[in-house]
Ligand binder design. Structure first.
Ligand code: AFD
Ligand code: MN
Length: 381
């Protein structure tokens, strides 16, 4: 039973994870980095080939802009993967310095909305059913702009995008406490995202980026609440020590990842209706192994969460047995699930150790030798 559930897990990797990335201080270029979306998909296909559970790749527009999106989607399928969520980008054009959809100038707002609608066209062309909306919009100083007016502008843009979506499409609205805006961020927390999505309807849901909270936030509470409301559309998994560090999910706090997965499973969120996406940028780690390790970390947390003896837990909870209930949860968390996952991979025809198998595969040496010249992909910062 648990192996069947694990075999069915689907984790989406982001195209931008394979390009160069860094901080505002430095982007350290790496060898073999893709020069275009086609090569990014080839690298993402490696993560799926070795893990068996990463068959979709999120695109980011305009970083992944091509002339023919249907051809790109076909290329993905030829590689054994598929296009996943389409990520809009209204945070890197000079016009968006004071905001995009919440900008005080209606001309800029119209330009931003045009980009969002173009992303829905790309969903149509690639067969993607998910649009991810993250707005870096905000202000840096009190008085700079009207907080409520910016919410009105946001609501107007979201309604227009919502109207454009097809019956089988949805948007996931992403929140982030701060950065790049330092005083007000127009979608700073789950409550703001939830309220806007609630007003619009079922095709608008919230995406929880695990790096987008204040330190110490109880993310699993947010997950449980949104699941209960039917408004958890998915995750952008990564991990952090201090801010939006975009480190490998589970690397900083595997226990928190386990608690999140426990709530996902307990709240009926373990299925295709909740997108398990990675949103990480590895600045010093090799790109493909960093994604493979991240997928494995989510898999391990999921396996542990599936091991929780829910009957014993419920009985202990009903009895008010604090230590007993906690012990049931910790028993699962303290179980080494790596042998179970190794068996599962062998049953799937995969090497039980994806990291070692990838390292032996010679793929990195191949792309490092072949991908010489051209402009390495990055995130255009
Ligand atoms: C950045 C943002 C946000 C978004 C991602 C893709 O912080 O997480 O999901 O870019 O646009 O990481
Ligand atoms: Mn994100």
């Amino acid at each position: 039973m648990i192996k069947d559930l694990l075999r069915g897990q689907r984790i989406e990797t982001p195209s931008w994870a394979y390009g160069n990335s860094g901080t505002r201080f430095k982007v350290f270029a790496q060898q073999g980095v893709p020069r275009d979306p086609y090569e990014k998909l080839a690298d993402a296909a490696q993560v799926h080939a070795f893990t068996g559970i990463a068959p979709t790749v999120a695109l980011h527009i305009p970083w992944d802009r091509v002339d023919d999106y249907a051809a790109l989607a076909r290329h993905a399928r030829d590689l054994g993967v598929a296009v996943g969520a389409i990520n809009s980008n209204v945070f890197q054009d000079d016009d968006y310095k004071l905001g995009s959809v919440t900008h005080p100038d209606p001309v800029v707002r119209r330009k931003a909305l045009g980009h969002l609608l173009e992303c829905v066209d790309i969903m149509d062309a690639t067969g993607s059913d998910t649009l991810k909306l993250w707005f870096s919009d905000g202000t840096n100083y009190p008085g700079q702009d009207d907080i409520r007016a910016r919410q009105d502008r946001l609501a107007e843009a979201l309604a227009a995008v919502y109207e454009r979506l097809g019956d089988d499409q949805r948007f996931l609205l992403e929140y982030k406490l701060f950065e790049p805006a330092f005083y007000v961020t127009d979608v700073p927390d789950w409550g703001t995202a939830y309220a806007h999505c609630l007003k619009l309807g079922d095709k608008a849901q919230v995406v929880v980026d695990t790096g987008h909270h204040a330190p110490g936030t109880n993310i699993e509470f947010i997950v449980a609440f949104l699941l209960r409301e039917g408004k958890l559309g998915g995750f952008d998994f990564n991990s952090r020590f201090y801010a939006d560090d975009d480190l490998m999910v589970g690397a900083a706090d595997p226990f928190q990842l386990f608690r999140i997965m426990f709530e996902v499973i307990g709240g009926g969120g373990y299925g295709p209706h909740v997108a398990f996406m990675l949103d990480q940028c590895h600045n010093i780690e090799p790109k493909i192994p960093g994604q493979i390790r991240s997928v494995m970390n989510v898999q391990e947390a999921t396996a542990k969460a599936l091991l929780v003896d829910r009957e014993a837990l419920a009985a202990a909870q009903r009895a008010g047995d604090v230590l007993g209930a906690n012990a049931v949860l910790m028993d699962a968390y303290n179980t080494d699930v790596r042998p179970l996952l190794g068996e599962l991979r062998e049953e799937m025809g995969l090497d039980p150790d994806p990291m070692a198998a990838y390292a032996r595969s010679g793929y990195f040496e191949k792309i490092a030798a072949e991908r010489v010249g051209g402009a390495q992909a990055g995130w255009g910062a």
